[in-house]
Design a protein around this ligand. Structure first.
Ligand code: PLP
Length: 462
C-alpha cells in the first residue's frame, strides 16, 4: 500500500512529516517544475529566467508557469496512456494559451461552464474534443454547448437527460453523451473509502439502480447517442486501489447495459484525480506506472466479464498544471510568536494569500516554500507563511523551515500552485487577482494579466 500519513498530526510545533532540511537553500526537486534551479547566489530561476528580474517587471504576487514543464507533463500522460483519450481538466487552470498547448500536445479538454467553454473556443480547440461537465447545466448553457458541437456532454441527472435531448432535438443534431455514475468509492489524498459515499451531489448511483435507469432513458432518446459511462472518484489520489473497486462496479454496469439493453457502449471514462507532491510527504506515481496499473485493472475485469475493453479516457487536471506553476510573493512583515511550551513560530506575512490560493483555507492543504531571491547561511527556523487578508485562517504555507534571517523585501516562491490556485482565486478584500506569466527559454509572456482597480470598479455600477 502506501506509506503516507494523514495531514496534520502535529508533534510539538511542527507536523511529524516535516524534517529540517540539510540545507534550507536547496530545492526539493519533486515539488518544482523541471526547469527550476537555484544559482550560486541562491536566486531561483525558472524557464531560464531569474525570478527577481521577472518580478521587477510584473510585480508580486505572480503565478509563474513553466511552459516546457506543462507540455512535458501533458505529453507524459499522452504517451503513457497511448490508446486512451486524455482530457485535460480545464477547471484546474484554463487560459487561451494553456488551451492551445493542450491541443498542440494532442490532448482533449474538459470544461464545466460556459465560461470555460468560451476560453476553449477562443483558443481554437476542436469542439469535438471537448467534454462538458457539471451537475446543474442550465438550458441556456446546454444550448450553447450543443450548438458549439462539443463532442460529449457528461449528464448528471434525469432532468438533464431530458434537457439535453430537447436542446439537441431543437437544433436538429444527435448529441454524444456520457453518464456520470457514482461507484460508491471516494478516493481522497491517502486513502479511499469503498462504501457510503453515495451521499453527494454528483452522478447517478450504480447501487440504487439509477445509473442503469439513466442509460435506458438516454438510449430511448433519438437525439442522444450514449457513448459510455463516466466515473470520477476523487482528487489527489496516490494509489490505484480506489480505481480498482470503482472499475469493477462500473464495468459490471457496462456489461449489464449490454446484456439487458442490448447496447455495447463504445467508451468508458475513469476520471482524473492523479496526485501530485505539494510537500515532501507526497510521493506521486509516474504516469507510466499509473497507466500500466489502470490498464491492467480494466483489461482484467473485462476479461473476467467476457466483454471487449471499451475505448478508455482519463481526465487529469492537477497532475498536469499543478507542479508546472508556482507563486511568487514578497515578504512584508516578520513576527516571532511564542507558543505554549516555549517554542517560537516565525510568522512571515506576504502580499497575497487566500485570494490567490484558497486550498489551505478550503481543504487544510499543505504547501511548501523557499526563499527565491538570495541564499542564506542563517539557521533554519520553523515558519508559517500567512497572507494579508482579514482572516486568521488566511494561511499560505502552514509549516516550513525558512532561513532565520528571512526579512521584508525577500521573495518567497511556493511550488505546486498551478492547479486550483488562479482558478479558485477571488477578489476577497478587493484584492486584484495576480497575473499568470508563462516562462520558456529565457523569455516571459504574460498570459493572464494582473487585474486592475478599473477591472474591480467596472462591475460596481453604483
Ligand atoms: C475535478 C475533476 C477532474 C480533475 O481532477 P484533478 O484532481 O485535477 O485531476 C477530472 N474529472 C472530473 C469529473 C472532475 O470533476
Amino acid at each position: 500500500m502506501n506509506s503516507h500519513v494523514s495531514p496534520g498530526g502535529y508533534t510539538g510545533t511542527s507536523p511529524h512529516w516535516l524534517r529540517e532540511p540539510a540545507d534550507v537553500n536547496d530545492l526539493v526537486s519533486i515539488l518544482w517544475p523541471s526547469t527550476a534551479r537555484k544559482d550560486d547566489d541562491g536566486v531561483l530561476h525558472i524557464g531560464g529566467l531569474a525570478i527577481p528580474d521577472l518580478v521587477a517587471n510584473v510585480n508580486t504576487p505572480a503565478y509563474v508557469l513553466d511552459e516546457a514543464d506543462f507540455r512535458e507533463r501533458a505529453g507524459a500522460f499522452r504517451d503513457a496512456f497511448a490508446g486512451y483519450d486524455v482530457y485535460y481538466a480545464g477547471k484546474a487552470f484554463l487560459s487561451v494559451a494553456v488551451a492551445q498547448w493542450v491541443a498542440e500536445e494532442g490532448l482533449s479538454l474538459d470544461v464545466c461552464s460556459n465560461g470555460e467553454l468560451s476560453v476553449a473556443l477562443r483558443a481554437g480547440v476542436d469542439p469535438r474534443r471537448i467534454g462538458y461537465h457539471g451537475n446543474n447545466k442550465t438550458p441556456m448553457e446546454l444550448r450553447r454547448a450543443v450548438d458549439a458541437g462539443v463532442g460529449r456532454i457528461i449528464v448528471d441527472s434525469f432532468h438533464e437527460i431530458d434537457r439535453v435531448a430537447d436542446v439537441a432535438t431543437q437544433l436538429g443534431v444527435v448529441q454524444g453523451v456520457m453518464i456520470r455514475v457514482t461507484a460508491g468509492v471516494e478516493a481522497h489524498t491517502h486513502e479511499f473509502i469503498a462504501t457510503a459515499h453515495e451521499d453527494q451531489k454528483f452522478g447517478f448511483s450504480i447501487a440504487s439502480g439509477d445509473a442503469f435507469d439513466a442509460a435506458s432513458r438516454v438510449l430511448a432518446q433519438k437525439s442522444l447517442e450514449l457513448r459510455g459511462l463516466h466515473s470520477h472518484i476523487g482528487s489527489q489520489i496516490f494509489d490505484t486501489s480506489g480505481w480498482e473497486v470503482a472499475g469493477r462496479r462500473v464495468l459490471a454496469l457496462h456489461a449489464r447495459i449490454a446484456d439487458e439493453l442490448g447496447r455495447v457502449l463504445p467508451e468508458l471514462d475513469l476520471g482524473g484525480g492523479f496526485g501530485i507532491a505539494y510537500t515532501t510527504q507526497d510521493d506521486p506515481a509516474d504516469p507510466a506506472v499509473l497507466a500500466a496499473q489502470i490498464t491492467k485493472i480494466v483489461t482484467g475485469e473485462c476479461a473476467a466479464l467476457g466483454i471487449d475493453v471499451p475505448h478508455l479516457s482519463i481526465e487529469p487536471g492537477r497532475a498536469i498544471v499543478g507542479p508546472a506553476m508556482c507563486t511568487i510573493y514578497t515578504v512584508g512583515t516578520v513576527k516571532q510568536v511564542a507558543l505554549d511550551g516555549g517554542a517560537i513560530r516565525t510568522y512571515v506575512s506576504v502580499d497575497g494569500g487566500m485570494s490567490d490560493n484558497l486550498r489551505p483555507a478550503l481543504y487544510d492543504a499543505d504547501y511548501s516554500c523557499t526563499l527565491a531571491s538570495r541564499a542564506s547561511s542563517a539557521e533554519p527556523v520553523l515558519a508559517r507563511v500567512v497572507g494579508k487578508h482579514c482572516e486568521s485562517g488566511d494561511i499560505v504555507v502552514k509549516d516550513e523551515f525558512l532561513p532565520g534571517d528571512v526579512a521584508p523585501g525577500d521573495l518567497l516562491a511556493v511550488p505546486a500552485t498551478g492547479a486550483y490556485g488562479r482558478s479558485m482565486a477571488s477578489n476577497y478584500n478587493h484584492a486584484l487577482r495576480p497575473p499568470v506569466v508563462a516562462v520558456k527559454d529565457g523569455r516571459a509572456r504574460v498570459i493572464v494579466r494582473r487585474e486592475t482597480e478599473e477591472d474591480l470598479l467596472a462591475t460596481d455600477v453604483g
